[in-house]
Write a protein that binds this ligand. Sequence first.
Ligand code: NAD
Length: 409
Amino acid sequence: MASQSPASGELISFEGGQMHTPDRPLVAFIEGDGIGVDIWPATQAAVDAAVEAAYHGRRQIVWTEVLAGEKAHQRVGTYLPAATLEELRRVKVGIKGPLTTPVGGGIRSLNVALRQELDLYACVRPVRYYPGVPSPLKNPERVDMVIYRENTEDVYAGIEWQSGSAEAGRLIRSLRDELGVSIDPQSGVGIKPISPTASKRLVRRAIAYAVSAGRKSVTLVHKGNIQKFTEGAFRDWGYEVAAEFLGQVVLERDLDGPPPPGQVVIKDRIADNMFQQVLLHPEAYDVIATTNLNGDYLSDAIAAEVGGIGMAPGANLSDQAAIFEATHGTAPRHAGKDEANPGSLMLSAVMMLTAMGWQEAAAMLEGALARTIASGVVTYDLAGPGTSRVSTSAFARAMISRMHPEGGN
Ligand code: NAD
């Protein structure tokens, strides 16, 4: 089907955090750096095919490209143009490939900048197993978790000063003189803000999801034994929010036996213990709500249990906007070679279609991906004995040939 000009698209609107999607919705995309040039076109073709198979032309996404990263730098001389932020604020729903982030100096992380500029306060990462994907676990099918990671504060707030800088010196002196705290004067220093507002809206969203999706539990993950007034406070505020869900949740610490049917169990775990738990007893964990840095580490670790970050999708959400993204990076060694796995971006598109209320197209896309992998047609990273290794574009074609119209109407 011919693609349409962005001018013909209609805006998706948000009400109470829910999307209202017209039949020709405008959706923004950022191609991404590195392997973005390979995995984005594959994903776009498969999404369009899934929507067509589900709705036979009655619905169609109208794509609008916004520039970010190296492509933006080459074309307009800046990595995150103001026009991109403006268009994302207007269109409200977007999907993106990975963007390069230099370590130390240079430009700030574009991903962090996007999340903060659009106040995308919840990073949501579902992790489940697809048969046929190599996994380091004996029973990877036991992994089925959804991580809600706070996205706007913690050490990611970017409040830090270099060792030896005037600002670091000033802060260190003021801590010594005003609060009696002694820090090596040559230290670099960073600030870790954790607020009740940001913590509570994140936990509220995680519990609301768990209740509406019929999930079993929400685990608050924190390092409150050491960082009492930041991580520990996150846990306490989480339990305060749980009290708002009277009759829908039960606290693990109040339980003396199995939970009442239909109620979501709220529990908490210290972060280091949680890393053991998700390896040893993944079936005991379901929805996870956690602070920014814990969530960053934990989501990659859990993704690795089911075949790695090449397959893990993600969404960054506020109550008025949503950006869906591949969770892996730009994999520069594979860039432009038509060999990377588009699975993470494809599954991010499944999340997007679901959030848009286009469940039939989401099921079509996810089903085609699962069937393709289960049939042994895979990209290099999933290849092994008994599989047939194909390129990124051939993988997308194989998926498109496996779209069945059973979910359509
Ligand atoms: P990476 O995710 O790019 O690569 C890690 C490993 O996974 C590599 O071996 C890579 O080849 C492999 N890999 C990643 N995605 C794959 C895919 N789709 N198919 C097959 N194999 C895949 O992580 P990195 O090397 O640490 O980072 C490279 C760059 O990406 C850095 O600039 C980093 O800042 C950036 N990055 C961006 C994002 C994002 O945009 N959300 C996330 C992480 C890293």
